[in-house]
Design a protein around this ligand. Structure first.
Ligand SMILES: [Zn+2]
Length: 380
């Protein structure tokens, strides 16, 4: 079917004369053509065709004019650019008004019920699915829930006291550096421990929970944390952590190893092996990093004849940090039954997003946070 739109369709002339008069005339012609085509719109299909013809990024009219700008002689570029900007503003205004008229208003009318035929089937809304990060978080939480752990949560905007001091970060510890921590503005008149910041880890919730609950406790703490890292394939200023804390009498490093070994097998399959390497965290002593056999290459370091990238060919992947709770941390909650001479405990913390990246073989963290349905649909 030929619409009226086709009849008046405008094609971009090839510019050869770059004089002021000629440019003004050419852009006036374009604007007139735009108005003519617009006045020929009589259906939603027309509108869409019109919109695509003018605005489509790949070969729309605006893009074609932009191409001409690139090809123009240097001295004409400035003037041509001004004309083009003006044209864009004009087209934006008109199309926004039209979008409202063609796309938004009919929807509002339908919602307000003025012209609803109730004998028609309803609009079927697509059912969403769990985001891969949420899915991974829920899986980890449920592994620990089956072991008798409960879920604890806490504020994202934290005080320096809970985020650092009570977790045994000495005043000059590098993690306190403003490079890592996003501070809330205007806090300098307060004493340091009361200053607000965006929590850099979920660990403050350990202290908050121990203040409220007497031992024994077994908790997992999922949540968002923030650090001053520019976004790239493996960093984001906002990301997700999950950590766990178990405190009781006679908790040993053996309990830590047994618990985490079980959890890793539950998460990644009963074939995975675990491996602990010594590490350092201010709030645990001793501390370790937990490695599991690479669940992509099965520990061989190779995928067929290619090297396995996720484990850097080592066959091992670091999944979390852990350790025995430092007695200094218990000192901060001693009055609630956490006498370091009487109780002991272990803690661990992992980045949920990183585990989700590994688990689903995604190579860029940013995909998780861009909200692009085409990406997310794969996990539905
Ligand atoms: Zn591997």
């Amino acid at each position: 079917m030929t619409t009226r739109l086709d009849i008046v369709a405008y094609t971009v002339p090839k510019l050869t004369d770059y004089s002021t008069d000629s440019l003004t005339q050419a852009f006036e012609d374009t604007r007139r053509a735009f108005r003519d085509e617009q006045s020929a719109i009589s259906s939603e299909a027309d509108w869409k065709a019109f919109r695509d013809r003018w605005m489509a990024r790949k070969s729309g009219i605006l893009t074609q004019i932009n191409e001409q700008l690139k090809a123009a002689p240097k001295e004409a570029k400035k003037e041509l650019g001004q004309h083009l900007n003006e044209l864009k503003r004009f087209i934006d205004e008109v199309t926004n008004a039209w979008r409202e008229y063609v796309e938004v208003i009919p929807r509002r009318v339908a919602i307000s019920g003025e012209s609803v035929d109730i004998s028609l089937p309803g609009v079927r809304r697509p059912i969403g699915a769990e985001h891969p990060v949420t899915k991974t978080r829920n899986e980890i939480v449920s592994v620990f829930q089956r072991l008798g752990y409960s879920v604890a949560e806490g504020p994202v905007v934290e005080t320096d006291y809970y985020n650092f001091e009570a977790l045994n970060f000495p005043p000059n510890h590098p993690a306190r550096d403003t490079q890592d921590t996003l501070f809330i503005a205007g806090q300098h008149s307060k004493p340091q421990r009361e200053r607000l910041l965006l929590r850099t880890h979920t660990s403050p919730v350990q202290i908050r929970t121990m203040e409220k609950m007497r031992p024994p406790i077994r908790i997992v703490i999922p949540g968002t944390v923030h650090r001053n890292d520019p976004p790239d394939a493996s960093h984001s200023p906002m990301f997700h952590q999950i950590e766990g804390l178990a405190v009781d009498t006679n908790i040993t490093f053996g309990d830590l190893k047994g618990t985490l070994d079980h959890a890793m097998k539950a998460l990644f399959g009963s074939n995975v092996k675990t491996h602990f390497r010594p590490s350092f965290f201010p709030f645990t002593e001793p501390s370790a990093e937990l490695y599991v056999t690479c669940f992509i290459c099965g520990g061989s370091g190779k995928r067929g004849s290619d090297p396995c990238r996720p484990c850097k060919q080592t066959g091992w992947i670091e999944v979390l940090g852990c350790g025995m709770v430092d007695p200094n941390v218990f000192e901060f909650v001693k009055d609630n039954g956490y006498d370091p001479k009487k109780v002991s405990g272990f803690a661990f913390g992992a980045g949920i997003d990183r585990l989700a990246l590994l688990k689903y073989g995604v190579d860029d963290l940013q995909y998780f946070f861009q909200g692009d349905v085409r990406f997310l649909r794969q996990f539905g």
